[in-house]
Design a protein around this ligand. Sequence first.
Ligand SMILES: Nc1ncnc2c1ncn2[C@@H]1O[C@H](COP(=O)(O)OP(=O)(O)OP(=O)(O)O)[C@@H](O)[C@H]1O
Ligand SMILES: [Mg+2]
Length: 258
Amino acid sequence: MEEGTKKTGVGVKYVLGVASGKGGVGKSTITVLLAQTAIGQGLKVGILDADITGPSIPRLLGAQDLKAEMEDGRILPPRTDDGIKLLSINLLLEDERTPVIWRGPLLSKAVEQFWNDTDWGELDLLLVDFPPGTSDVMLTAMRDLPLNGMIFVVTPMDFVSMIVSKSIQMAAKLGVPVLGFVENMGKGICPHCQKEFPLFASEEAEQALKRLSIPRLGSIPWSRELIVSEQVINAMVPKTVTLELEGIFRQILTLVST
Ligand SMILES: Nc1ncnc2c1ncn2[C@@H]1O[C@H](COP(=O)(O)OP(=O)(O)OP(=O)(O)O)[C@@H](O)[C@H]1O
Ligand SMILES: [Mg+2]
């Protein structure tokens, strides 16, 4: 993670983007699960919620009551009970239900401030939860945040991987290293016999993922415990998912240190 320190120029060793291009595929869920995995390994972790119009990280962490402080014009991200440093637009709003009705340039400016005007302190890993789509914010985040690497979240469906491949190419064009993709919700686990089964036409889906031409870091099954609406991701994450996440995280660490 030494490279990152040079790139970010501050106390953050590695900035990892979690993106897709497609909405609703599990970017925020996987960002939170990876942050929790990293904390479990004793790392100092932060999450920058770059989704300004649809911020979901505070709720996923049960941290919707946290507020970010300002000091000398700098933003100070608070820490969750788990020890994750967090910045999200919702931590700067009086009421989390207030909509942010801004045009593209202002949204991009907010993301840029979440890095340039924010004191993240010492972190081993800062995860950036990307918004859906490949618009202004995605471009700003890829261009202006000192991303050391990105991972892409994809559900194994032809049209999803077509959209994801656009963002992967965008990252490549902007010179952001792409570490690989995480397949999410591609398989289910039978609640009776615990056997895994594919949720999509497997041959087609497999071909679509192959066409992404980047390494598959792992596959998170569809699990009832990960469906969150008003709820928080909690300690009920099944063992199969935890093991898969640890495997994904090990691979990320290997890729980061090579
Ligand atoms: N492996 C999983 N098993 C079951 N449900 C999941 C899984 N991954 C994500 N979900 C559910 O799918 C929905 C979308 O997930 P999430 O909000 O993480 O996606 P997203 O890509 O961040 O969406 P957006 O594009 O809106 O930011 C959520 O309700 C979440 O609980
Ligand atoms: Mg999200």
